[in-house]
Design a protein around this ligand. Structure first.
Ligand SMILES: *Cc1c(COP(=O)(O)O)cnc(C)c1O
Length: 224
């Protein structure tokens, strides 16, 4: 399927879901996750009008970035090893996987501008998932004040891999409530407006729960 066709259908779903829950569809940004696909396919996404691309590994990111460059906004969405920060920092628009002090320190050290970061939260309780426990998020974000090059733009989560929609929804809702709590603190380094949540199989639920950034791979650009 052409990316354009997939994108049209996803946009239609976004319109419908937003209409149902009284949200403005312009407040939902689609990040095309290109980790499974070729540079050519990623370029097709740009031609289809997609402005934001996401990669979850530094080598994959570099390969795509070298081919496409600043024709897209680049989102680093996967676990980031501190020693890889220097490789990706100049190309990324946002990092969605900030989950520890050592990573924050390295981002701050390597960046020569403000980096828009999302703090990753483990809302599912699954040990396999990265991210901070919800109860640790506030103090972690407060501590990021020390890093002048980091702006906490929002929170990110991955829902558990289950079929039960209620469980998935609960994970997104937790993230939204946590975001609301952080916003109340009025921290200048952490406006925390955004919610990066929702993938191919659950983005409709995420949008109902307030997602501002959905990360869609297989349903948008495909898996190979
Ligand atoms: C791969 C990936 C996605 C996209 O997954 P799909 O199910 O293919 O839409 C989103 N977020 C992260 C962090 C990913 O690694």
């Amino acid at each position: 399927m052409a990316v354009k066709q997939n994108y049209d259908s996803i946009n239609q779903t976004i319109q419908d879901v937003c209409h149902n829950v009284n949200r403005n569809p312009d407040d939902v940004r689609v990040i095309a996750v290109t980790k499974y696909v070729s540079n050519e396919r990623a370029l097709e996404a740009i031609e289809a009008g997609i402005t934001d691309l996401g990669e979850n590994r530094s080598d994959g990111f570099l390969e795509k970035f070298n081919a496409i460059g600043n024709a897209a906004n680049w989102h680093f969405i996967g676990t980031l090893q501190s020693r890889k920060v220097k490789d990706v920092i100049d190309g990324v628009t946002s990092i969605h996987s900030l989950d520890r002090q050592s990573l924050a320190k390295e981002i701050d050290k390597r960046a020569n501008r403000t980096i828009t970061c999302f703090v990753q939260v483990n809302t599912s309780g699954e040990a396999s998932k990265h991210g901070l426990s919800p109860e640790d998020v506030r103090s972690f974000i407060e501590s990021l004040k020390a890093y002048a090059n980091i702006e906490v733009a929002g929170l990110m989560t991955m829902a558990p891999l289950v079929d039960d929609e209620a469980v998935i929804r609960d994970s997104f809702r937790q993230l939204r409530l946590l975001r609301d709590d952080i916003q109340q603190l009025n921290l200048s380094h952490a406006p925390c407006h955004y919610l990066s949540m929702g993938m191919s199989h659950d983005y409709h639920i995420a949008i109902e729960e307030g997602a501002t950034h959905v990360r869609i791979g297989s349903k948008l650009v495909g898996q190979d």
